[in-house]
Write a protein that binds this ligand. Structure first.
Ligand SMILES: Nc1ncnc2c1ncn2[C@@H]1O[C@H](COP(=O)(O)OP(=O)(O)O)[C@@H](O)[C@H]1O
Ligand SMILES: [Mg+2]
Length: 397
């Protein structure tokens, strides 16, 4: 499950409240509670309630008693709470006093979104490291990779991402790492202004704000970081490029879905290492199974834990001709096997229309299977399924 960050704003002005809400509202793992200093809430209740990770305190005109309360918090919860102050009028005396007491930093007003988002996301990743969590927690970053070209990795990645964003109303980013032949944007009928290379080639520049500027939004609410329109050279891509991109993405999104090309390079392996689960998409025929086995062996050698790898049996057929699933699991040495039904008509139509499968054939077996996969990831990440209205939404016209 994902790590949450509790942020309390204790502020003098309404405008400061709004500035902070706008800046941090898009970070999915931040739980904000904002209070005005002349309201009912006071710093005295910190400690009675769940202890926050961050307090943002506005010092202009605040009372002596409140400054003392803040000093007390800094003393008592020094290891747990990070305190930032923000100010407009420059009460240097109070500021120095609070800095001595352990305030981490000062945000002059108007607050720079970029600075605040970076400060908060750094605390979030410190917390995650402290708790020994993988990036984004289980289900936070999921890779889809094809056992053999054409097995359906892109189709499933794109549709699962779209269902998570649309039906599950989650914050989802689909990253098309197939920089040479990626077609996620085409499949969603998007015309991206920027692409994934802008991030991959500039690891030092990538942070949540920079990332946001690169994405293209789909009508379903899904954010897409598309691959370039031309065939880009993969030469300049480093593992660093991949990790800084994923690090920034997990701070802002509930789900990061990676479409990983079937090329075995250090950076594609890094993308798989950052993912949990890794979904290997295969088909139930001998040549795909052979390749699936080769890839599974290779990625295990690369240090990707077997526990993180799952297989999707795509274009599954209910009739004869397909290989026994238990035998398949045994051959691949894999515990978890998902299935996506064969649906040529919906797949081709969806592709040609640039529309997700759930829009093309609502209620079909294939849509239900894609939905089950999305729900599987949702439960992994959130610990429970989304109940309200989901069924209605899925099957309504
Ligand atoms: N479950 C399915 N049933 C029928 N056709 C499918 C299914 N999944 C994918 N396809 C089709 O297979 C082709 C290859 O899919 P794609 O997702 O591009 O594969 P990959 O990314 O693994 O190379 C596409 O034409 C797609 O529409
Ligand atoms: Mg593909």
């Amino acid at each position: 499950m994902s790590v949450k960050l509790k942020v309390i704003g204790y502020l003098v002005r309404k405008e400061t409240c709004e500035e902070i809400e706008t800046a941090l509202g898009s970070i999915s793992n931040v739980v904000l509670s904002m209070h005005l200093q002349d309201g009912e809430w006071s710093l005295k209740s910190v400690g009675d309630e769940e202890i926050p990770d961050i307090i943002i305190y506005e010092i202009d005109g605040s009372k002596e008693e409140e400054i003392q309360d803040l000093e007390k918090i800094l003393q008592e919860f020094a290891q747990r709470v990070t305190v930032y102050v923000t100010e407009k009028n420059g009460d240097i005396e109070t500021m120095r006093r609070l800095m001595r007491a352990g305030v981490r930093d000062v945000f002059p007003q108007p607050i720079q979104t970029h600075e605040l988002v970076n400060a908060v996301t750094n605390i979030l990743s410190e917390k995650r490291t402290r708790l020994g969590q993988s990036k984004g927690g289980k289900g936070g970053v999921t890779s889809f990779i094809s056992a053999k070209g054409g097995c359906g990795a892109t189709t499933i990645a794109m549709n699962v991402a779209e269902i998570l964003a649309h039906t599950f109303e989650a914050k989802v980013l689909l990253i098309d790492l197939d920089v040479q032949f990626g077609d996620a944007a085409l499949l969603l009928d998007l015309i991206p202004g920027n692409n994934v290379m802008d991030a991959l080639l500039q690891p030092h520049r990538v942070d949540p704000v920079f990332l946001k500027a690169l994405i293209t939004r789909h009508g379903s609410g899904l954010d897409v970081l598309a691959s370039p329109a031309d065939i880009s050279s993969m030469g300049g891509i480093s593992s660093d490029g991949v990790t800084s991109l994923i690090d920034a993405a997990v701070e802002v999104y509930d789900f990061v879905i990676l479409d990983v090309p079937r090329v075995l390079t250090s950076w594609t392996m890094e993308a798989l290492r950052c993912s949990d689960p890794v979904m290997l998409v295969g088909q139930n025929n001998l040549s795909s199974i052979r390749d699936a086995k080769l890839i599974l062996d290779k990625i295990k050698q690369e240090g990707i834990p077997a526990d993180n790898i799952e297989v999707i049996n795509n274009r599954a057929m209910s009739k004869e001709g397909s290989i026994d699933i238990n035998k398949l699991k045994e051959t691949l040495g894999i515990e978890r096997m998902h299935k996506a039904s064969n649906d040529y008509k919906a797949s081709v139509y969806s592709q040609n229309q640039g529309q997700p499968v759930e829009e093309i054939s609502r209620g079909s077996k294939f849509t239900k299977d894609l939905h089950a996969l999305a729900e599987y990831l949702y439960v992994l990440q959130k610990g429970e399924t989304k109940k309200k209205g989901l069924f209605d939404k899925l099957f309504s016209k």
